[in-house]
Design a protein around this ligand. Sequence first.
Ligand SMILES: CC(C)(COP(=O)(O)OP(=O)(O)OC[C@H]1O[C@@H](n2cnc3c(N)ncnc32)[C@H](O)[C@@H]1OP(=O)(O)O)[C@@H](O)C(=O)NCCC(=O)NCCS
Length: 171
Amino acid sequence: MIVTSTKRLIISKVTLNDAPFFVELMNTPSWLKYIGDRNIKSVKDAKSHLKNGILKSYQESGYGFYKVAQKIEPDKAIGIVGLVKRKELEHTDIGFGFLPDYEGKGFGFESSIAIMGLAKNIFKLEKVCAITNPKNKSSIHLLEKLDFSFEKKVKPFDDGKELLLFAKDLL
Ligand SMILES: CC(C)(COP(=O)(O)OP(=O)(O)OC[C@H]1O[C@@H](n2cnc3c(N)ncnc32)[C@H](O)[C@@H]1OP(=O)(O)O)[C@@H](O)C(=O)NCCC(=O)NCCS
């Protein structure tokens, strides 16, 4: 189901059929380096991860992560972008991740602008935050282009790793 589209991209809801794509995405070098190894090594792992994560988020929050494809190749997922309400953070956060061949082409910015539009106009969020590894220059650069401001350093998860918290008011 298509959620929104941009000049070059189609953004749609994830289904269990996308499990093989998630195995690929969640094991790319930058994902493993900056987001971490979530131990999604098989289609079975990915299906269970999707059921307990993104698909549950659609039901509980009305939003979640979406897959991104190019209009010129609509059946090939190239990345994900979306919103997630985590119990560890006060506000909903935006996230993004693309396959290596599709980084550095402006797709992160283009898809995130669309998601921020949904966050404000459809989901009526007053504030969106973002967390990122301090060494993830591409992510920080993208957040700054999206007009997010650095708020503070946080350690939201059990692994105790320090992340940077960015935020943007939508009011
Ligand atoms: C972080 C990440 C999502 C950024 O995505 P991205 O698409 O590369 O980011 P951007 O949209 O900012 O585009 C990057 C560059 O593409 C360039 N670009 C190339 N062709 C372009 C085009 N046709 N239109 C627009 N920009 C284009 C831009 O100039 C931009 O660089 P600049 O801002 O210095 O000018 C991506 O690097 C990624 O998936 N990383 C791995 C996963 C990850 O770390 N996720 C974040 C976790 S917090």
